[in-house]
Design a protein around this ligand. Structure first.
Ligand code: URP
Ligand code: ZN
Ligand code: ZN
Length: 460
């Protein structure tokens, strides 16, 4: 199949120009003005933006967590992602403590094989590190193309590793060209605050927020940076929410360390006042929690300062019935919220249209930097001859409203109900196939491919 996209305004992280794009099979084979080619299909993109398919490097699909499973599986989650202009996701494999990375990989392959509609890769979460796991880390990098290793400094007893294990993991990962990523919050402090609030009968969602004050994230982020400094390993902090944590990274940058930072769209546009809505606040119970307006400001500035390189979602949806597991105790509310579908359009409306970030920066943080950091550039994350034809044709003036009635995620409420957006992903291409058109997904489960990743690029 060949496709010719005519007259779009092509926006990448570095450029912004008018041209045609010629696609043959899965790849872009020519870019230029008035291309003299015949294609099986022509798409007129006059007046529209064309940017690289979004990459969301932080999603949880069909994940066992807090006694239940996140409600989007690989089919519903990646389909919703495509509707929102995200053509690739990176999900998290969770090692079961006292079990192998290999068996966790097999479990996640079964979740995705034949089911993914968009492309995907995995981070491997190491929840139990020892000499045998160290060997498997090398296998993951060299044989499986899984080059990033997730760690948790919280969720003790299920996912957390201690600092001794962290340092040993960092040494192996550094030696083999990978990247250590982290959920950086101080698990012991948080567990103590949760226990105190429960003992005092403070059980509403507000106390989820009050059990994870800013210092818990700032302290752990600083500690993680110090361990990276000691081992010489490159690192990536996921879902950063606050000024204090960002300042810890600022300090690391001053000593020339490479610590990448991801924030998520919710931390840029929502704040902790939502926890004052009694049990409805459970919709936004996530870890770390939403923060304050001053933190939103720090994060937007951090993006423009180059301290925050990536905006993901931490998409981890639960249906209302699942959230109600914590109706009488905030510590039993499954953590996470549905967002995979809205990231690109929210960032365009709230970031680009308000003048907080440029269009180029928008592409950089929603696609290009993730492709570079996670070893997929320039195949993904840009618009270039030879690259995958993962493209979004975007109408910057189209107004629409987020609602549970129209979203495609498998969840029975919206965390953004009634939010008005200007700018819509009208047509989305995945490796040369039209994936989304006229509000419909045209691809079947199994269209999404596992993408083997290379080593981390430290130059972004
Ligand atoms: O609340 C969250 N973030 N749920 C998913 C697990 C995690 O910590 O990322
Ligand atoms: Zn996390
Ligand atoms: Zn997460």
């Amino acid at each position: 199949m060949s496709i010719l996209i005519r007259n779009g305004r092509i926006v990448t992280a570095e450029s912004d120009y008018q041209a045609d794009i010629f696609i043959e099979g899965e790849y872009i084979t020519a870019i230029g003005q008035a291309l003299p080619f015949q294609a099986e299909r022509e798409i007129d993109a006059s007046g529209l933006l064309v940017f690289p398919g979004g990459i969301d490097p932080h999603v949880h699909l069909d994940m066992p967590f807090m006694g239940t499973f996140s409600s989007d599986d690989y089919t519903t989650g990646t389909k919703a992602a495509l509707h929102g202009g995200t053509t690739m996701v990176i999900d998290f494999i969770l090692q079961t403590q006292r079990d192998t990375l290999r068996s966790a990989l097999t479990t996640w392959q079964q979740k995705a094989n034949g089911k993914a509609v968009a492309d995907y890769s995995y981070h491997m979460a190491v929840t139990d590190f020892n000499d045998a796991v160290a060997k498997e880390v090398v296998q993951m990098i060299e044989e499986e193309g899984i080059t990033s290793f997730k760690t948790f400094m919280a969720y003790k007893g299920a996912l957390m590793i201690d600092d001794g294990q962290m340092v040993e993991l960092m040494k192996v990962v550094r030696e083999h060209g990978g990247l250590v990523t982290v959920h950086a919050t101080n698990g012991d402090m948080i567990d103590a605050l949760i226990a105190r609030h429960r003992a005092e009968g403070k059980l509403s969602p507000l106390y989820h927020y009050l059990s994870q004050p800013e210092v818990t994230e700032a302290e752990a982020s600083g500690r993680f940076c110090d361990m990276l400094h000691y081992t010489g390993c490159p690192g990536y902090i996921v879902h950063m929410t606050c000024e204090g944590a960002l300042n810890a990274v600022r300090k690391a940058a001053q000593r020339d360390q490479k610590v990448f930072v991801e924030t998520c769209s919710q931390y840029l546009v929502l704040d902790a006042s939502l926890y004052e809505k009694d049990f409805e606040g459970a919709k936004w119970v996530m870890s770390p929690p939403l923060r304050e307006k001053k933190d939103q400001k720090a994060l937007w500035s951090g993006i423009n300062q180059g301290l925050v390189q990536v905006v993901g979602t931490d998409h981890c949806p639960f249906k209302w019935e699942q959230k109600k597991m914590g109706e009488n105790d905030f510590s039993r509310i499954p953590n996470g919220h549905p967002a995979i579908e809205h990231r690109m359009e929210l960032m365009f409306t709230e970031g680009v249209r308000t003048g907080k970030i440029s269009l180029n920066k928008f592409v950089e943080v929603t696609s290009t930097n993730a492709a570079k950091i996670f070893g997929m550039h320039p195949r993904k994350g840009t618009i270039t001859v030879g690259g995958d034809a993962d493209l979004v044709i975007f109408n910057p003036e189209k107004k629409h409203t987020i609602s549970v009635d129209t979203h495609h995620m498998n969840v029975d409420y919206s965390a953004y109900e009634g939010w008005e957006l200007t700018g819509k992903c009208e047509t989305v291409l995945l490796r040369g196939d039209v994936a989304i058109e006229n509000g419909q997904c045209l691809l079947a489960p199994g269209s999404g491919q596992f993408i083997r990743r290379g080593k981390t690029s430290l130059i972004i």
